[in-house]
Design a protein. Sequence first.
Length: 364
Amino acid sequence: MDITNSIRLYAECISSDAITEPTGGSWISAIAIWQGSTEPLNASWLQRHCDNLGITEPVNGSWLIALALYWGQVEPINGSWSYAIQLGCEAGPPAPTELIWNETSTEWQNEETQWATATPPATPTFDQDGDSIADKTPTFTGTSDASCFITLSINGIEYLVQSDALGAWTVNITNELAGTASPGTQYPITIACKDNTTGLESALFNGSVGIVETSQTLTLQLTTHWSLYWYVNAIQIEQESPAGTWTPIEYEGNPRYGTNFSKFYKQELAYGTPPTDPNELLNTMNFQNNDEFAGSQSEDTPREIILDTGFNYRIVARLFGSTSYGNYASYEVFKNGTTPFLAFYRTSTNAEWQEGYVQQTFTL
């Protein structure tokens, strides 16, 4: 009676009271049929029920003991394995145990251990979140779970690294990030951590950084409006630092050289004298006609110069040679190669080309 009663209570437990009577006088057959089976296995409804649960081998020749072990019962209770099965079902299946896929020797179809639910890694941290950085190729750092695969995305580029045994990670940005004045151009950043064992990914970290531009490239298009091989117009860019003190910015990008004015022109000049200060000779941008004897307008090779932001600048006339033809030169200034910034066009007077005349002042 005790065995029959335990099996009946087990049938009610496993089916959540869906089974209310035996089939063919058997509660076990009722359980197997409730599970969807239509016939016993090897003439045994108990073996069929065990097979439905994934139990493929008896223990000590007993399917009943194998079923009890499935429910976490390792010995009979009150001398009864059936009673142990009933209590095992009522207590619920055993908690999942850790089972590592590549370390178990049991083939998957025979594995009786319940798979544990792995825990995703923690969301990574980001040390520079919200910072303004004066570096176009910054280095980012943070923390995560140990030995985690880090994916950091910024400006459409993904960077992949692995954190160390303590969870520290470092990403060196190799694609330049354009910047603007403080607080800088804002770049959204996402960071994910992927567990190198389970393959599970953390929740996505969302943050941002600002990239601050500390320098700017100016392009100057110089134009000579006559073939002026006997003198050289020139301009000089000066920076104010400290206040009230103007210092020439070094520039040696003139495309031609000469014998008389060593940094100016490819032909020896017939008139004029070089400046007395050799630094002026190095730091000026010189107007040079592409054809000395063309007698017509000629755009000179565009010149580029990189200036630090946050300073005042001025463009000063430097006329080396005759002052009678100063109005035969003009120039335009562009930011980043294409954005118009400043212009100085030829005039009907030579006054603005006198030595030392301040033609433009500006701030970057």
